[in-house]
Ligand binder design. Structure first.
Ligand code: WTA
Length: 647
């Protein structure tokens, strides 16, 4: 039996939404979505208020997703200008450096507005126009938020690339969207270690397909030495400092693109998930308020990086649209020691703390003492995102970090969904450890079997959504057909999430993980196909197959089977070289945790690799291989089983 943590009565009494209000809103949202989402849109300032609320069809022959189609707005105005009358001196961002000895910075809404306007003017002066793409490759510094909002102000489409990605990954993303300008820094710092961001950009721009980049703006952050290649490379300060402190915002249609964010899928290269302005901003701001029960006095901290969607929606757009104070943290949970998160909570009197299960599991392993050293008295709400949280980690988070007094919101969503879709509301939802609980208002999840048949009641299935919500992605940048094929063809008439899910007798949803060839490593999505193509790009590799396996801290680890070209020798040196090669091709997050030599891979007679078998071997469950009789050569399995990773 799973235990249930009832809503705390005192919390519910102060919360914006209690159980009855959730039920009322949910019902209203399903009964009349136009009325519901029309009303929610009033939280945003529009130049022209939308009269068309939704225009959606998932039918393949008549496909369209449009929200607030005749509305006009500017996202940066909503995140900045509209707060100046009432909260200009309120802190918008608290910046906490990697090194705790570096003084924190408090950036008010007034200052943030000025900085955004200056950069926006600079971008215009450099020839960036509405609709142009700008790549942002920055560490977790205030300029990252400034850069995103400056793009939004002039209608440029930003594409943030996570600072841990390699030059090849940068080049792929720059070339896919034909980026005109890159904003980067000399170096980043994480856990005391420098990350050569500018050097990575230099290397990326030597790769094919990147000649669209005219300008590289370089923020001086660590002061480390960099090569400046004039006239392409410009110091950020030199270009921005002299600009005027106000900047006329671009009037954007609700369906004009706001940003592209690349994410891994089950096939091919990462795809450019495109979000538009009106629906995304309404959804980011609405969900940020209701999921976190936001109050004006909150100090809200999401530990994600702006390189991921969580950083976009729940560090930048959601909190700033809501006039909140958000903490931006440059560092990592275990530097200088494993009390860092809780020290930062105490230092900035954080009230809402939102992190990933992988961080919770890693800190849980260090015991309770590093948590208990800090008071954490300011906290009133905890959250998680990015991967399923195992009930044991949930309970530790609840009992130790939360002193058994704080609700936890386990928020399920995706880069594609723009914001949380299934999540408790802390004043309304009884909690079950490991369950993301119930859909938010306006969200209609359903479970289907492999044939697409709707499953009712308590059951396991594939998670789909029956209807749209404003924050839904609109297309894969430059490849609308891929968008339709990936999400709307598998189970016609629905959006397919790629996740497996169980629903219990109370209607609670339990995400069980990806059912496609995407691995979730420490909450980061990695396509098996990407890692395979990195491996086979090595001259000694003939073939590779990559699967996920259960990993205590990361949730899933990367397990790679590699077949060498005939005549090449297997060796420990080559093994290390291949792991390095993947790091170089994609980035450290894609490093295989385990690499096994495979003289042959299990294939069907038609040549298809049987991943099911490889997964079972990687899980160290060789007794569950199932039927191997359809294999072209069943003996390869015996050899793989014999040399599998154990323990
Ligand atoms: C997984 C991150 C269980 C899921 C916001 C999804 C989760 C993928 C949860 C999207 C959660 C995210 N419980 N699984 N609370 N949140 N996931 O695009 O498999 O980086 O499909 O977006 O992460 O990852 P993405």
């Amino acid at each position: 039996m799973t235990d249930v943590y009832k809503v705390d009565a005192a919390f519910a009494a102060r919360a914006g939404i209690d159980k009855a209000e959730y039920q009322r809103q949910y019902q209203a949202s399903v009964d009349d979505p136009d009325a519901f989402w029309g009303e929610v849109a009033n939280r945003i300032d529009w130049y022209r208020k939308p009269t068309q609320i939704r225009d959606v069809s998932y039918a393949l022959e008549d496909f369209r997703i449009r929200w607030y189609g005749d509305g006009e707005l500017n996202a940066s105005v909503n995140c900045l200008d509209r707060h100046l009358a009432t909260r200009a001196d309120k802190t918008a961002l608290v910046w906490e450096a990697d090194d705790p000895a570096t003084p924190a910075k408090h950036v008010s809404y007034r200052e943030l507005h000025q900085r955004v306007c200056k950069l926006a003017n600079a971008l215009r002066a450099l020839g960036v126009q509405k609709g142009d793409r700008v790549t942002i490759y920055l560490p977790m510094i205030v300029e990252a938020a400034v850069a995103m909002l400056a793009c939004a102000r002039i209608g440029a489409i930003h594409s943030v690339v996570f600072g841990g990605f390699s030059p090849t990954s940068i080049a792929d993303r720059v070339s896919d969207c034909a980026s005109k300008l890159i904003i980067t820094a000399d170096e980043g710092v994480r856990g005391g270690r420098k990350v050569p961001l500018k050097a990575n950009v230099d290397a990326a721009l030597k790769l094919p397909g990147t000649t669209t980049v005219e300008t590289v703006l370089v923020v001086r952050h660590t002061g480390g030495a960099v090569d400046m290649q004039m006239p392409r490379d410009r110091w950020y300060d030199a270009v921005v400092d002299a600009q005027p402190e106000t900047c006329e915002p671009e009037r954007m249609n609700a369906e004009d693109p706001l940003f592209i964010l690349y994410t891994s899928g089950s096939t091919g290269k990462p795809k450019g998930v495109l979000h538009t302005t009106g629906g995304y901003l309404v959804y980011a701001s609405y969900t940020h308020e209701v999921v976190f029960d936001l109050k004006d006095s909150d100090i809200y901290w999401c530990t994600a990086d702006v390189g991921w969607v969580t950083g976009h929606t729940y560090i930048v757009y959601g909190p700033l649209a809501n006039g909140a104070t958000a903490v931006m943290f440059e560092g990592v949970p275990n530097y200088p020691d494993v009390s860092r998160f809780w020290d930062v909570v105490d230092k900035h009197k954080v009230t809402i703390f939102y992190t990933a299960p992988t961080a919770i599991r890693a800190l849980m392993r260090e015991g309770d003492a590093p948590v208990k050293k800090a008071s954490r008295a300011s906290l009133r709400l905890l959250g998680t995102v990015g991967e399923p949280i195992n009930p044991e980690a949930w309970r530790w988070y609840h009992d130790v970090v939360g002193d058994s007094r704080l609700p936890i919101v386990d928020t399920w969503w995706q880069t594609e969904t723009g914001g949380a879709l299934i999540s408790p509301l802390p004043g309304a939802t009884d909690l079950k450890p490991g369950s993301a609980t119930l859909p938010l208002p306006g969200v209609q999840p359903a479970l289907v079997d492999a044939n697409g048949t709707r499953l009712e009641g308590a059951v396991d299935g594939n998670l789909v959504l029956l209807d749209s919500w404003p924050g839904q992605m609109r297309t894969v940048y430059g490849d609308h057909q891929r968008f339709i094929d990936t999400y709307f063809k598998t189970y016609p008439g629905t959006y397919f999430t790629g996740d497996g899910c169980r629903r219990d007798a109370d209607g609670y949803y339990w995400i069980t993980g990806r059912v496609d060839d995407v691995i979730n490593v420490s909450g980061h999505r990695i396509g098996t196909a990407e890692v395979e193509s990195a491996l086979v790009s090595h001259p000694k590799v003939a073939e590779a197959a990559v699967v996920g396996f259960p990993h205590d801290i990361k949730g899933q680890g990367i397990y790679a089977y590699v077949t060498l070209i005939a005549g090449e020798q297997e060796s420990d040196e080559l093994l290390k070289e291949l792991v390095q090669h993947v790091r170089k091709e994609i980035g450290p997050i894609a490093s295989p945790d385990f690499l096994q030599w495979a003289p042959g891979l299990p294939k069907t007679r038609s040549g298809k690799i049987m991943r099911r078998i490889l997964r079972k071997i990687a899980e160290n469950a060789p007794d569950q291989l199932g039927d191997t009789s359809t294999l072209a050569d069943p003996s390869v399995v015996d050899s793989l089983v014999k040399h599998r990773r154990i323990g």
